[in-house]
Design a binder for this molecule. Structure first.
Ligand SMILES: Cc1cc2nc3c(=O)[nH]c(=O)nc-3n(C[C@H](O)[C@H](O)[C@H](O)COP(=O)(O)OP(=O)(O)OC[C@H]3O[C@@H](n4cnc5c(N)ncnc54)[C@H](O)[C@@H]3O)c2cc1C
Length: 454
């Protein structure tokens, strides 16, 4: 029977060695100190400055200067671009080492940006660094790596179920030296930010090819004529300005043919490269968010009293704290194992591990944040705690980069495939199929190559 991909060879114990490397450990200590000394003190001020601004889609005077000041200090101290594993342009951290650092980044809403490690730029930089031409790298990767511009990844379409990327309908048609793009997209995160200067757009270029070879990814500058930002999509009523999750229409948008990434029909191939690390970075930060929520749960429970006792002593509240800690540590191991699998097996072979973490973590972290909200009473849903914002981002993660169900399907499919009879072969004799002695009917399992989010 084939082994389950989550339970394969442990590569001489490597898969169980989840410790941070000695070389990365001092970096983690520096990050923790830097966030405490330089990022925590400006976070509240940064967000407060934006309140009441007239144009929600701009930054107020002084706001970016505050951020840039912290970014400059981070860069000076070498705390910059950690996310690119084994790359010449980044710190060259392994996925496992980065997991420990991303956990710290998840505790503060500005930290990722200050250290130039925020989505969707990280995924976009990784794509450009792996498959960009020298010209594409010079024009867009360099300023992204320098933290000078920001970017968006534009795939999801409002009228088609985008968890199956074969549904992408936005067309890019070659016309001489250009592609002409027509279509509609929504939830393009980051496309509202005035600093967003490049978008990677998923398009259909080869409608007659096999279903997973029809799509391509192409670079589009937001100022190109025909790119019309129709407005922000809301998340529980919040427009998340000026970052934004934008609704965009493309009408006869002309871009140079050399803006295509890697070549026509290779969109799925690029996504498999990008989505592994992107998903796992989110999960790593999610563990940090859960840690923060549990801290707030305990602090609140210890400092408020009702019915003659601190809240933490009422009902099953101490047990709940225990269960939350147990789940956080289980999730941490799951994420570290997925990161290690990426380092040992490569992103593609580690996909079942990545899906297992992505299916488990945001759902459980939502439950933990929800418990912390409950412990705070009405304050828990108010602007006085970070809990609503933590909850929003974790709840949306259950959809973004593939909904929970798709990731459960990936793990389930690998499980079922173990027991699936092999295709008939010459071994079948008489009444008994020796490869399928229980006579189980084969069922069609979605193939790895046909599903973008896998
Ligand atoms: C805040 C936010 C930010 C986002 N940012 C971006 C971005 O920057 N760029 C971008 O391109 N997209 C972005 N998205 C979109 C996100 O990636 C999509 O919502 C996601 O891929 C699902 O696609 P869909 O919304 O079309 O849902 P659909 O494909 O219509 O799926 C709807 C539901 O169907 C069910 N379903 C689907 N497949 C299965 C299955 N195999 N088994 C069982 N049930 C299933 C699930 O319950 C799923 O939630 C963002 C979304 C949010 C909310």
């Amino acid at each position: 029977m084939p082994a389950h991909p989550l339970n394969t060879d442990d590569f001489g114990g490597q898969m169980y060695d989840l410790s941070m490397s000695d070389s990365a450990r001092p970096l983690l200590e520096k990050v923790v100190k830097f966030i405490a000394d330089e990022v925590d003190p400006i976070t509240e001020e940064f967000h407060a400055m934006a309140e009441g601004r007239e144009d929600r889609w701009s930054w107020v005077p002084g706001q970016l200067e505050l951020l840039e000041g912290a970014k400059a200090k981070a860069r000076e101290q070498g705390l910059w671009n950690f996310f690119l594993p084994d790359a010449e342009t980044g710190e060259g951290l392994s996925n496992l080492d980065y997991a420990y650092i991303a956990n710290e980044l998840g505790k503060n809403s500005l930290a990722s940006q200050v250290l130039n490690c925020s989505a969707p730029d990280t995924g976009n930089m990784e794509v450009l660094e792996r498959v960009g031409t020298p010209e594409q790298k010079e024009k867009w990767l360099r300023p992204l790596l320098d933290g000078k511009i920001r970017s968006a990844f534009v795939m999801t379409e409002p009228h088609f179920a985008s968890s199956d990327a074969r549904n992408v309908q936005t067309q890019a048609v070659r016309d001489g030296d250009e592609y002409v793009i027509n279509g509609e997209k929504y939830y393009a995160s980051g496309a509202g930010d005035p600093r967003c200067k490049i978008m990677i757009v998923m398009v259909q270029t080869n409608p007659d090819a096999d279903s997973h070879l029809q799509q391509s990814q192409i670079l589009v500058e937001p100022e190109t004529p025909g790119v019309d930002v129709l407005g922000p999509m809301h998340v529980f009523g919040n427009d998340d300005a000026p970052h934004g999750h934008m609704h965009i229409k493309f009408t006869d948008v002309r871009v140079p043919a050399e803006n295509i990434l890697l070549g026509e029909g290779r969109g799925f191939e690029i996504s498999q490269l990008r989505l592994g690390p992107g998903r796992i970075h989110h999960c790593m930060r999610s563990i940090g968010a859960a840690d923060k929520a549990l801290q707030l749960y305990c602090e609140r429970g210890l400092t408020k009293s009702a019915f003659g006792k601190p809240l933490i002593q009422l009902g099953g509240n101490i047990d709940k704290a225990g269960r939350m800690r147990i789940e956080i540590e289980a999730m941490r191991l799951m994420v570290l194992r997925a990161a290690k699998a990426m380092d040992v097996l490569g992103n593609r072979e580690a996909r079942v591990w990545i899906s297992a973490a992505k299916a488990m973590v945001p759902e459980r972290v939502c439950q933990i944040i929800d418990a912390a909200i409950q412990m705070h009473g009405a304050t828990g849903v108010s602007q006085w705690t970070v809990l609503p914002s933590l909850y929003h981002s974790q709840r949306t993660l259950r959809l973004a980069d593939g909904p929970d169900e798709v990731h459960n399907m990936v793990v389930g499919r690998a499980e079922v495939a173990r027991y699936q009879p092999q295709p008939l072969s010459g071994l079948q004799t008489g009444m008994v199929d020796y490869e399928n002695p229980l006579q189980i009917d084969r069922i069609d399992l979605p193939s790895y190559d046909d599903t973008m989010f896998i």
